[in-house]
Each structure stands twice: as C-alpha cells, then as structure tokens.
Design a protein around this ligand. Sequence first.
Ligand SMILES: N[C@@H](CCC(=O)N[C@@H](CS)C(=O)NCC(=O)O)C(=O)O
Length: 255
Amino acid sequence: MQTDLILYDAANSPCGRRVRMTLLEKSYDFEICWLNLGFMEQKQEWYLKLNPAGLVPTLVHGEQVVFDANVICEYLDHVIPEPSLIPKSKELQVEMRMWMAYEMEWAKPFREAIYQTYGKTRLQSTHMTETALVNEIVSNTQNAAYAKFAQRILTEPADEQRLSEYIEILFERMSWMENQLLDNRPWLLGDDFSLADITLAPRLDMFPFIGVDDLFERYPNIGKFMQRIYERESWQASALLPDPDKKRIRVSASE
Ligand SMILES: N[C@@H](CCC(=O)N[C@@H](CS)C(=O)NCC(=O)O)C(=O)O
C-alpha cells in the first residue's frame, strides 16, 4: 500500500480519531505515526516544527503540513472531495462550524476532567517512579514545565471537588445538544452525515473516561445519535490503538 499521507496521532486522542474517521469515510489509505503523550513526545523539537503547539493531530501531505483536527478534516475534504463531508449551502456550512466551535469550547473542561481521571490512572498504571518519568520526558523536551506538569499528574491525588465542577459544566453543555436533537434529525446538520458529526462523536464517546457512564441515559437523544455513529464503518475501523512495538502503522480502508 502506497500513501502520501502521514498522520501524527496518539492513543485515545479524540482529535486524532476525527482525522482517522474522515480518511476512512473517504476510503483513503494513510500512515499513522504514534506519539506517546504521557512522555511528552509531542513536545520534541522536530515535532514542534510541524505543530508549534505540540499537540496531536498533525497531517503531513507531501510538502503540506496541516495542524488542528478541524482544519485537517476540512483540508482533506478539499483534496479528497468524494464523498463530500461539507454541505454545499453556506447556511449549513456556518452551522457545521458552529458545532465545531461548540465542541472546542467544552473540550476545555473535558480536558481538565481527563487530567483528574484517565490521564492520572494511565500514568500511574505504568508504575514508573517520578524520576523515571522525568528522565523520559527530559529526553524529549528541554522545557521543565512539561516535566513538572506530568509529575503533578502522576503524584497528586485526584481533586474530586474540581472534577465534579467540571462535570457539572459539561452536563450544562450536553443539555444544549440534547435540546437541539429533539427534532429526531439523524445527523447534526439534518439528513446528511458531515464533519459536524465527525467532530462531536469521538469526545462524546469518552465520557466514561472521566467517570460518567450514564451520559446516554441522561441525554437519550445524544445516545441515539451515538448509536447511529457506532454503526458506521469509519467509526469501527478508526478504533485504533498503538502497539508498543510499532511506532508507525499503515491503515487501509479496504482491509
Ligand atoms: N484544537 C486542537 C486540540 C488538539 C489537542 O488538544 N490534542 C490533544 C490530544 S486530543 C493533545 O495533543 N494533548 C497533548 C498536550 O496537551 O500536550 C485540535 O483539534 O487539533
């Protein structure tokens, strides 16, 4: 399999999954290069030249470098036009971008909640000492702030009070989405599946990671929306996790 697309991605990254889904919807082969976020591999000097924020995902397409998941997905829709995932009408395009902006806003409290939960348990489950973790991070970045941040996540107990406040904020955001879906539309923009759906689904699926297992019972219309997402091949095929022995993998929609 030949491909001209390299995606820098990480385990359980909802942002990376959007790009994976978009490429799979378009049946386009690509290569993934996995970065370990716990070890701050995304802050390595060579990677900061591709993505100055040191975040995943980043896409390299020949000479073209594109960062930020939503920007990447729109770029892909231009360079691989079929099937189109951006509506033709300007009104619907605006609606699609508002869904993207909405998701980006609640991604902030969600990220804070992840640091108190999954981020912490994942680092702790490596059973690394603080020194070993710092040594690993220092081999990737000279910036001491990143090592301090990771040390805090590894060692400090979860702040349950702050976690419950973030979750309250997230529930407020979810109520808005639930109300939007009261009209039983199949997809966020109506009848046609689009990048709006691809943007929302991966992070909605991650509520159990912050200890919320009953999101779909609380918000049944969001639950129905996610059931439709779970049936899509691009959802199933994009559920990829790195194999510790393989930094790079090739993904083919036809396999
Ligand atoms: N708006 C950015 C956000 C990217 C982002 O937050 N990526 C997370 C993983 S989903 C990351 O790289 N975190 C590592 C870090 O904060 O250093 C995008 O959509 O690409």
